[in-house]
Design a protein around this ligand. Sequence first.
Ligand SMILES: [Zn+2]
Ligand SMILES: [Zn+2]
Length: 167
Amino acid sequence: MASQEIQPWWFLVEPLAGESISHFLGRFRRENELTVTMMGKITGLGGTIGRWEKFRFIPAPTEEELTALSEVVQVEVERLWQMFPPKGVGMKHQPIRLCGACYGEEACHKIEWQFKTTQFCSKHRLTLLSECPNCGARFQFPALWVNGWCQRCFVSFREMMEKQKSL
Ligand SMILES: [Zn+2]
Ligand SMILES: [Zn+2]
């Protein structure tokens, strides 16, 4: 196809274990210095990129949309689906939640933290945080997680694990 000949090369980003679509898109965009708007143009998905970064999945993502994204980010469609909630699982798009212990092991926002059914981190058996335990600020959308600290008081996500309650 002629369109592929002129397709530029992008810096590719490997998905992390359990990573949410918002966190992945943020990393891909920063690696390639792309705004949300530019990412929408490149993939042909327009405003859908911005919706996904905010965990807004109505209307539901389609195979065609994920195929279009896959062609740009070079991650298989099957793997991309894992960054979204499974069918029938409700999403809590706010507040953004965090397990500081998980984040300390790998800097990543996990999609399962936003499932309505998820009440705690199953790996560490700790409650999830819904806001910064130091200053009370809500966490930003994971697409904006660059430094791994609270955007208001700069306490690191890893340190926040001390405030998570053990089950
Ligand atoms: Zn954890
Ligand atoms: Zn804070």
